[in-house]
Design a binder for this molecule. Structure first.
Ligand SMILES: [Zn+2]
Length: 144
């Protein structure tokens, strides 16, 4: 069991970790979401549905529906990927060191299902200074 913050409930809820095989995920996800979220891919910049989205709401994990980011924490980073200053809750994400691509980066994963979401960098705006650089394909916006 893990504790996940629910925006609708305004508090932590207990949930079972979601574990599926690669073929189970492939059967329920669209191809780009599967490639990004389950195989740690990166969508080409400026191609996703959310980099230039200004709708209000909560960005959920495209795989399992966990609340991940609020539209009010989204900012225009100019990178072509949806960017946020912080997550809904640190409970809802897992950060791990990623050595792929000849770089050392902090990878951001969904805490409930392990989906690859993107990376977090230290060049974001003040006061927090963080830039969560996410893939649109790994997110789904629940509009307000
Ligand atoms: Zn998830």
């Amino acid at each position: 069991m893990v504790q996940i913050y629910s925006v609708q409930k305004g508090g932590l809820i207990d949930l079972e970790l979601i574990e599926k095989t690669e073929s189970e995920w492939k059967a329920i996800l669209d191809p780009i979401t599967f490639e990004v979220a389950r195989r740690k891919g990166t969508e080409p910049p400026f191609t996703g549905r959310y980099h230039n989205c200004h709708d209000r709401g909560v960005y959920l994990c495209a795989c399992c529906g966990t609340d991940l980011f609020l539209s009010e924490d989204k900012f225009d980073s100019g990178t072509g990927w949806p960017s946020f200053t912080k997550a809904v809750s640190e409970q809802n994400i897992t950060i791990q060191v990623d050595h792929s691509g000849g770089m050392i980066r902090d990878e951001v994963l969904c805490a409930l299902c392990g989906a690859h979401l993107g990376h977090v960098f230290n060049d974001g705006p003040p006061p927090g200074g963080l830039r969560f650089c996410m893939n649109s394909a790994a997110l789904r916006l629940r509009k307000e």
